[in-house]
Design a protein around this ligand. Structure first.
Ligand code: HEC
Ligand code: HEC
Ligand code: HEC
Ligand code: HEC
Ligand code: HEC
Length: 170
């Protein structure tokens, strides 16, 4: 009988760690993992080694709801001649020859009942990194912010943005 109490204490002690680890794992997964893309395109390489600007490829960021994913033509301006012997570029060229778009997997998205526009946020001077993290150093894009309602509203309150329900729910 007198051995049960210390055993319960020890079990309780370890279960705290298990709860913490499971909790952290759960929190991590709500921030969606980086998917494998059909072509192993690296932002890190194209920004820091090639020296491109974000808007070279995401041209509509300050003009539209969505910045847009670049068409294959943007890649082929260089890759018709650059690194044509590499397996990933051979795959890229095959899409181009078939006249098929690359089926990129969407990483950052909101539920369809939420209205969001890039134009207003970019014109107001928010950097891409504020919401997307340090994309310039990512080899694989992943979502780094929660994209939950609380995240949007906290920033709106801090910057005198609109907080009426209908701003984001039309
Ligand atoms: C302004 C020119 C330019 C544009 C535009 C460009 N790239 Fe590149 N890309 C390069 C250069 C330069 C390299 C590095 C080649 C090297 O390692 O020597 C490269 C490397 C790559 C690699 C790695 C190749 C390997 O296996 O080493 C991939 C994959 C790639 N690019 C895909 C793309 C895709 C997809 C697009 C369009 C969304 C694109 N690139 C647009 C210049 C460009
Ligand atoms: C050479 C073209 C090119 C440049 C330059 C570029 N991107 Fe991209 N970007 C892409 C392509 C192609 C994808 C889709 C594949 C992927 O997710 O890696 C993409 C995906 C993204 C995504 C994820 C889209 C989604 O589905 O959620 C974000 C966010 C993004 N880019 C931001 C940036 C930022 C910020 C910069 C500048 C630091 C930048 N990009 C520069 C080509 C480019
Ligand atoms: C205020 C936060 C915020 C800022 C600033 C921001 N984004 Fe986004 N971005 C988002 C959200 C939220 C989504 C998902 C939108 C949706 O699904 O309706 C998204 C989606 C994207 C996508 C994928 C959508 C598509 O076109 O298919 C790309 C690419 C992207 N952002 C690039 C950028 C770039 C480049 C910049 C900087 C010029 C930028 N974003 C600045 C919040 C932001
Ligand atoms: C980094 C801070 C920040 C974040 C994060 C942010 N916003 Fe905003 N947003 C603002 C500010 C500030 C304004 C007001 C801009 C202005 O007055 O020009 C605004 C304006 C808006 C507008 C009004 C645009 C229009 O044309 O009427 C909508 C809609 C919006 N945000 C939706 C969202 C949603 C949805 C999210 C989360 C997914 C979000 N925002 C995240 C700062 C932010
Ligand atoms: C700045 C943008 C913004 C404002 C303002 C806003 N919401 Fe939301 N709301 C979101 C986003 C983004 C989501 C989706 C992500 C999530 O569920 O957290 C959402 C989701 C929801 C959901 C669905 C929750 C779920 O579990 O799917 C409800 C209900 C909701 N909002 C109600 C409201 C009400 C009521 C108001 C006004 C008091 C409001 N929202 C104001 C951005 C906003």
């Amino acid at each position: 009988m007198n051995k049960i109490i210390p055993r319960l204490l020890i079990a309780g002690y370890f279960s705290i760690f298990i709860i913490i680890i499971v909790g952290l794992g759960w929190a991590w997964h709500t921030y969606r993992e980086a998917p494998d893309q059909p072509i192993a395109y690296s932002h890190n390489k194209h920004i820091n080694f090639v020296g491109l600007e974000c808007t070279h490829c995401h041209a509509y960021a300050d003009r539209a709801l969505m910045p847009g994913i670049p068409p294959l033509q943007t890649c082929m301006e260089c890759h018709e001649n650059v690194a044509t012997d590499r397996p990933e570029i051979i795959k890229l060229t095959a899409y181009w020859n078939k006249k098929e778009p690359v089926p990129w997997i969407n990483v950052n998205y909101l539920p369809p009942h939420v209205y969001f526009t890039h134009k207003r946020h970019v014109k107001r001077g928010f950097e891409c990194a504020e919401c997307h993290g340090d994309i310039a150093h990512m080899d694989k894009v992943r979502q780094v912010k929660s994209f939950r309602m609380g995240w949007c509203v906290t920033c709106h309150r801090a910057n005198n943005g609109p907080t009426d329900c209908w701003t984001c729910h039309k």
